[in-house]
Design a protein. Structure first.
Length: 403
């Protein structure tokens, strides 16, 4: 045992007592595990709650159903049942041990040995258990001390842990960014460097998901610098270099100065060379969603220059304009204030109004309407009276050209 888990609001969430009673937690059959224990020890808020149990998945389902608690077999092949009690989901996983691994997936068997379950986890700070009633912490591998020292360390042999699941390389740097100190654990870092090429065996979706999670942390720069220095991303994302780290640092400074919430996709754009074609290729390689891929491309397309922030936002959307202005070190940060709570207006005139003014139906209507819109945008989106005057002038111009 290693001390007590501090009292925290999540321990009193509605329905949790009934859930623990269904699992016979008072008899030691279930314990809190992982992030909830770790984050509570650090004084951080807890949103996701995981429980480990010696009970089999089927026994968990039966006990929950008898207690009137909804049981969803979200990961039953891996021993995980999601209990929904009073609207709050809790993941309940049977203790496991690895039978075989290939770096991408594991074949598991169930066990009743808590230490054996802890040994298959990735980092010492994630292998912490707490008794729900006594709040006593069980720590087999020094995770509590590592938390106190802000040290992220693999359990046992780092190379063996990485060989079990290559994604742990990227997870290491994400956890280092969130919980670690400036200098990494030497053995863990060296193992990541040595095994970097194994990232190529992973699906690009898993790589993208982990990278975006890293970029969403409050302070990713040091971890990313270590990744670049160690050649970690070279096998899967060679476009990211020291220049990308500098651009990301500049972006983060501008995000903070403008008060605009960070975006992992925007930060990924900063890491890449300022080239829309590169963004397109990387988005395709990482198999980003169509929305994220388009956002990445738009952020790195060259700007025509001379546009107001609102004119840019009208043309490419507010999100795209914010990304592009934040990524452009020449754009004044205070120019972003013009887009705060701003919704692009709709041109208050259509082609029918131009025809009513005497412009014959046909291709000229679309061209004339485009000129009206461009003038309207250039003048800062004036009201209907000014738009009517712009329409009159434009129709007259097209009529003269036809004579």
């Amino acid at each position: 045992m290693t001390g007590l888990l501090p009292e925290a609001p999540w321990q009193h969430r509605p329905g949790l007592d009934a859930l623990l009673a269904a699992l016979d937690a008072d008899r030691g059959l279930a314990r809190y595990v992982g992030g909830a224990v770790r984050d509570t020890l650090l004084g951080l808020p807890v949103s996701d709650l995981d429980i480990a149990t010696v009970l089999s998945p089927q026994a968990v389902i039966e006990r929950l159903e008898r207690a009137g608690i909804k049981a969803v077999p979200t990961g039953i092949d891996h021993g995980t049942i999601t209990a929904v009690s009073s609207g709050s989901p809790v993941e309940i996983t049977t203790l496991r041990r690895d039978v075989s691994t290939d770096g991408r997936r594991a074949t598991i068997a169930y066990t009743q040995d808590w230490r054996e379950d802890a040994a298959r986890r990735d980092f010492t700070i994630n292998a912490l258990y707490a008794d729900p009633l006594s709040r006593e912490i069980t720590d087999y591998f020094g995770g509590v001390e590592d938390l106190a020292q802000r040290r992220v360390r693999f359990i046992g042999d780092p190379a063996a842990r990485i060989a079990e699941d290559h994604l742990r390389i990227l997870r290491y740097f994400r956890f280092l960014a969130r919980f670690g100190r400036e200098e990494p654990d030497a053995a863990s870092y060296e193992a990541c460097r040595t095994a970097a090429n194994s990232l190529m065996a992973l699906s690009r979706e898993r790589i993208a998901d982990e990278l975006l999670k890293l970029l969403a942390t409050a302070a990713p720069l040091r971890a990313l610098q270590l990744m670049v220095d160690g050649g970690i991303l070279l096998p899967v994302l060679p476009e990211v270099d020291a220049g990308g780290i500098d651009r990301l640092e500049a972006l983060m400074t501008r995000e903070a100065a403008s008060g605009i919430a960070p975006s992992p996709v925007r930060r990924l754009a900063a890491l890449l060379p300022p080239d829309a074609a590169v963004a397109d290729a990387v988005g395709a390689r990482l198999k980003l969603s169509n929305k994220a891929r388009k956002r990445l491309i738009v952020a790195l397309e060259p700007s025509s220059g001379g546009e107001s922030p609102q004119a840019l936002a009208f043309r490419i959307g507010v999100e795209g304009a914010v990304d592009r202005l934040l990524l452009d070190p020449a754009a004044p940060v205070d120019s972003l204030a013009a887009l705060q709570d701003w919704t692009p207006p709709t041109l208050p005139i259509g082609g029918g109004a131009l025809i009513a003014r005497g412009l014959p139906a046909g291709p000229d209507v679309a061209r004339a309407l485009g000129e009206v819109r461009d003038q309207w945008v250039a003048e800062g989106f004036p009201g209907a009276e000014r738009v009517a005057a712009i329409a009159d002038q434009t129709v007259s111009k097209f009529q003269r050209a036809r004579q």
